[in-house]
Design a protein around this ligand. Structure first.
Ligand code: NAP
Length: 257
């Protein structure tokens, strides 16, 4: 997706995957600086750890306490940002969510960006649903940006589904290779109101079993591809300080299966 956009822009840059062991993160970053990289993305498990290596953080990165995109400035200093929040929000911005309720399944890294995004969209009630009480409560109390977000155990889920306007799956349940699985049963889904939207962050497969069930019930469904593309376009724009070529990344990822 990034290489398609770079080709379209006629730039002599290349986007390459570089697996890095957590113990070598600082060394790897110094290597990228030394080699003249313009910038890089950061993914699991480095998104939080890398914040301490940044010379400055943008507002979204400060809010999330996590960085997924880094720009290496001409003087070699590092600016970290977070394009996951904006990427998640992008397919939702044209609806009015003021006063509405969001329920988020999962309490990992993506759930943090999703919860902050829901706050920005104006949701009044945000529930985060986890399977481990300690991890769930640590998640909800561990970030000032999540103040007021309500922790919810899976066993309590049915209680909030009837008033959920947006349900977001941030767990890997249903992702390749466990494509037969779904975080919610058809029975669970039947508790959602008719106007509810179901947003699954997973983009392989498309659709997931969850989205298949939701749209089969007539609910609006959004898969993870729009978010993937939007965070990628925002990253490219952050590195290059120019607009990403329209539609190129979305076309490039259509082949993902
Ligand atoms: P993560 O930090 O590992 O978090 C995963 C969360 O799912 C954890 O809270 C985990 O619970 C929960 N979980 C895992 N298996 C579960 C199960 N069987 N039952 C209940 N809960 C379960 O991963 P992440 O970075 O947040 O990513 C999560 C998903 O989002 C992945 O599928 C990823 O591909 C997708 N994603 C998509 C995009 C996009 O652009 N579309 C961006 C980011 C992530 P515990 O804490 O209890 O272990």
């Amino acid at each position: 997706m990034q290489n398609s956009a770079l080709l379209e822009l006629g730039l002599d840059y290349l986007y390459v995957p570089l697996p890095v062991h957590p113990s070598r993160l600082e060394t790897a970053v110094a290597g990228l600086q030394a080699c003249g990289f313009v910038g890089f993305n950061v993914t699991i498990p480095h998104k939080q750890a890398i914040t301490s290596l940044m010379d400055r953080l943008t507002e979204p990165a400060q809010l999330a306490g996590a960085v997924n995109t880094v720009r290496i400035e001409p003087d070699g200093t590092l600016t970290g940002t977070n394009t996951d929040i904006g990427g998640f929000v992008q397919p939702l911005v044209n609806s009015d969510w003021q006063g509405k309720t969001a329920t988020i399944l999962g309490n990992g890294g993506a759930a943090l960006a999703v919860a902050i995004g829901c706050r920005q969209l104006g949701f009044e009630y945000i529930h985060v649903c986890g399977r481990d009480r300690d991890r769930l409560y640590a998640f909800c109390s561990g970030n000032p940006a999540l103040e007021g977000v309500k922790p919810l155990l899976w066993t309590e889920l049915d209680r909030v589904l009837p008033r959920t306007d947006l349900l977001v799956n941030t767990t890997p349940i249903g992702m390749v290779p466990t494509v037969e699985e779904s975080p919610l049963s058809t029975e669970n889904l039947s508790h959602l109101p008719e106007q509810a939207t179901v947003y699954d962050l997973i983009y392989r497969p498309r659709p997931t079993r969850l989205l298949e069930r939701a749209t089969g019930r007539g609910l609006r469904g959004i898969d993870g591809l729009a978010m993937l593309v939007a965070q990628g376009e925002a990253a490219l724009e952050f590195w290059l300080d120019r607009p990403a070529p329209a539609g190129i990344m979305a076309r490039a990822v259509q082949t993902l299966n």
